[in-house]
Design a binder for this molecule. Structure first.
Ligand code: ADP
Ligand code: MG
Length: 729
């Protein structure tokens, strides 16, 4: 007897699975929230008053910590970590390969005379030089000059994982160029703070600082570990390159917000417990639209922290999933035919006086402030849609954007009916010279934004950027992405826009226009100028593509071309002016992303050819042989009557031969296309060759394989089928 194939074994495994028992430290989350974080409470307990104050002023005002105090902070941190069983420490950073990185060192140090101590001083806390020459640098570091430094980011507290003290850091080259996601994010946060605080000064002199807030919503799929191992495509590339759509997909719409399967629930409770101990304020969990798709969302936080927390959470989820015999798929489009996964980035601005600048207020005066930030954000998105698009471009996200379930690749802003009316009204009403009466009218008008707005704004799911009552939601971000990339861009373009706004208002004031009127006039101009980016209709239809083209909005559907925005002179000027990324740093990022695109498609293409040749074709030929045996048998038994009796089998045999031949030919042609692309030296041209000449083969091969899947005996088919991947839990 032949042993069952991997699929058979996987099915057997999965049917026997039970939910794993999960224990929580306490029934009340507040009892263990943040226990693995060197937070306020821990700092107060383990730091001297001086050291504590130094850290606080570093967090609040970005002030430097001197070496002596850094020693004290380090010693306090070590004591705290050791009290919780930590033996090692690491600088934790986010290099441009998309993951987080860590290299553990023991506190332990031999003294050379047989004795040893546990040591961790300020120098070790503040700066490290990891041998990190294998991280992507886009040509910034030559290998002979491969030094990269990690430097402590006091804005994000240290935390404990697996007896290791993790210190969030930035990662820069010897010459100071950013080699990570966090450095430009921090620079953009500073630029946004400066620009927004300056604008706030028109309305409230008490505002000294504006922080960006981020609340991400993390979507993901779960797949049983045994299926995962039986699907080399999912293992290697994160998505299913083969598989006929199941008879039932998501059309019954019964999964969204449905009751959470037991095994999944156990997994969720388990990773949430870990996350909560790490101070990640996860709050919401639910089923998503596609079968076996779920979402997790925290309470929003200061953006730098929120970004770290998202990276950390993804890591915790991956590790926890293994304990539950599952794998979590963060890929943007693991399965064709059902929804992909995104990571909505809810973005807003908060003042140090506790005001959400994107929340419509009760008084007319405060609403002018709201309008200023609201309209400037829309104007920024309009002016820099191409860079925003580039910030979310990836090989994975290409499968999702514009795939009739996710926002299209055309960047537009949805603000809802009420605010549309309000902006349209303002645009018409603000005369360049207003009479006192019309000014009062106008103020009253603005004053009338009702509080219910908070609840009745949209649920237009088709828009890449939507205003949702008190924040903008950037929905085009991919589920596997580091939020820092899109947030850096959004911060930077809004900062630049606010600076321009302030200059324009000040120019009017210098000409003796009253402040409020000057502000309203500039707002009016911005409303007019940015009107094309506002779209309230259905973003999925072809009609929108035509309309968007007429409006001059870019619609770049693939990553290699979307990334062109990084190289534009206007982008370089913008990022340099805002002090976020130099031309050299932008070029490096551009290069890295092109290269990463090429590698991803290359991997998919290799896995696809391997599976087609070593899994699909052998199964098909095996079954075809059975049919041939059957036909021969019928001939033996029935003689001349066999022709009629074996007609169906003969037809199947012929059809299978055609698909087999097609797959074989396509795999060969794909390999040739890959070879041709591989010799191209220019990264952009190479990525485009992969996009235009290699990628299309994947769908063609899938098509023929899917046809074979429908013919071959279910028992012989080696790959877990889509119905199994999507519906077993
Ligand atoms: P949805 O219906 O899209 O799930 P929610 O109101 O539940 O919307 O919020 C989604 C996310 O938005 C949550 O992570 C929440 O913390 C975040 N959020 C709420 N207010 C803000 C804000 N002012 N700034 C940033 N994020 C916010
Ligand atoms: Mg949302």
């Amino acid at each position: 007897m032949t042993p069952p194939n991997l699929r058979g074994k996987a099915l057997h495994d999965v049917l026997g699975r039970l939910p794993k028992p999960v224990t929580r430290p306490s029934n009340r989350i507040s009892d263990y929230f943040g226990t693995n974080v060197f937070n306020e409470g821990a700092m107060r307990m383990f730091l001297t008053e001086d050291a504590y104050r130094a850290v606080r002023s570093a967090i609040d005002r970005g002030e430097r910590i001197d070496r002596k105090l850094a020693d004290q902070v380090a010693s306090g941190m070590k004591e705290w970590a050791a009290s919780k069983g930590a033996t090692h420490y690491t600088h934790w950073f986010q290099p441009l390969n998309g993951s987080s990185a860590e290299k553990h060192d023991a506190f332990f140090e031999p003294l050379g005379d047989g004795r040893s101590i546990e040591r961790f001083d300020g120098g070790m806390l503040v700066q490290q030089e990891p041998d990190a020459s294998s991280f992507p640098s886009g040509g910034i570091r030559n290998t002979f000059e491969a030094r990269g430094y990690t430097a402590w980011d006091p804005g994000s507290p240290a935390f404990l994982i697996h007896q290791t003290l993790c210190i969030p850091t930035i990662f820069v080259s010897y010459t100071g160029e950013a080699l990570d996601f966090k450095t430009p994010l921090l620079r953009s946060i500073r630029a946004l703070d400066e620009a927004a605080t300056a604008v706030c000064q028109y309305f409230d002199k008490d505002v000294k600082k504006v922080i960006g807030t981020l609340g991400w919503e993390q979507e993901y799929f779960l797949v049983d570990e045994s299926f995962y191992y039986a699907r080399p495509d999912i293992m290697m590339s994160g998505r299913a390159l083969f598989g006929h759509g199941p008879a039932r997909g998501q059309q019954l719409e019964d999964h969204y917000f449905g009751s959470i399967p037991e095994r999944t629930q156990a997994f969720m409770v388990d990773f949430e417990t870990e996350a909560l101990k790490l101070g990640i304020p996860v709050k919401t969990r639910h089923n998503e639209v596609a079968p076996n798709q779920f979402e997790c969302a925290p309470v929003y936080e200061e953006m730098n922290l929120a970004v770290d927390h998202n990276m950390l959470l993804m890591d915790v989820m991956e590790k926890t999933a293994r304990k539950h015999d599952m794998r979590v798929l963060f890929h943007e489009k693991p399965y064709a035919g059902v929804n992909g996964s995104g990571k909505h980035n809810n973005w807003s601005l908060a003042t140090d006086t506790g005001v959400n600048l994107l929340k419509p207020a009760r008084t007319p005066k405060e609403n002018i402030q709201f309008l200023a930030f609201f309209v400037n954000t829309i104007a920024a998105v309009h002016a820099h849609a191409d860079v925003l698009r580039a910030s979310i471009a990836s090989a994975n996200n290409d499968h999702r954007l514009g795939a009739n379930e996710a926002p299209p690749a055309i960047i537009s802003v949805f603000i809802g009916e009420y605010l549309t009316e309000l902006l349209d009204g303002l645009e018409k009403n603000i005369k360049s010279k207003m009479s006192p009466a019309s000014k009062t009218e106008l103020k009253l008008d603005i004053g009338r934004i009702p509080p219910v707005l908070l609840d009745n704004t949209d649920r237009n799911r088709t828009s890449p950027v939507a205003f949702t009552g008190n924040k903008f939601e950037f929905r085009a971000v991919g589920s596997s992405a580091n939020c820092a990339a899109p947030m850096t861009v959004l911060n930077t373009i809004v900062a630049a826009q606010l600076k321009e706004f302030k200059a324009a208002v000040d120019a009017l004031i210098a000409k003796d226009v009253k402040k409020d009127e000057a502000i309203l006039r500039v707002i009016r101009d911005l409303i007019t100028a940015s009107k094309p980016v506002r779209f309230e209709g259905n973003g999925y239809g072809d009609a929108w593509k035509e309309e968007a083209a007429k409006r001059g909005l870019p619609n770049v559907v693939d990553t290699p071309r979307a990334l062109d925005a990084w190289g534009n002179a206007s982008t370089k000027k913008l990022f340099a002016d805002m002090g976020v990324l130099s031309g050299k740093e932008l070029d490096a990022r551009h290069e890295i992303e092109l290269h990463s695109y090429t590698l991803k498609v290359q991997i998919e293409s290799r896995v696809c050819a391997d599976m087609a040749t070593n899994h699909v074709l052998p199964a098909a030929i095996h079954y075809q042989n059975r049919l041939i045996q059957n036909v021969k048998g019928l001939q033996d038994v029935l003689g001349k009557d066999a022709d009629k009796a074996s007609a169906t089998q003969m037809e199947q045999i012929r059809k299978m031969s055609r698909h087999i031949a097609e797959i074989h030919a396509l795999c060969q042609a794909m390999t040739e296309a890959r070879k041709a692309a591989n010799v191209i030296a220019d990264q952009r041209a190479k990525a485009i060759a992969y996009c235009d000449n290699v990628k299309p083969f994947l769908d063609k091969i899938r098509y023929h394989s899917n046809k074979l899947e429908l013919m071959v005996d279910d028992e012989l088919w080696p790959l877990p089928k889509m119905r199994e991947l999507l519906f077993t839990r």
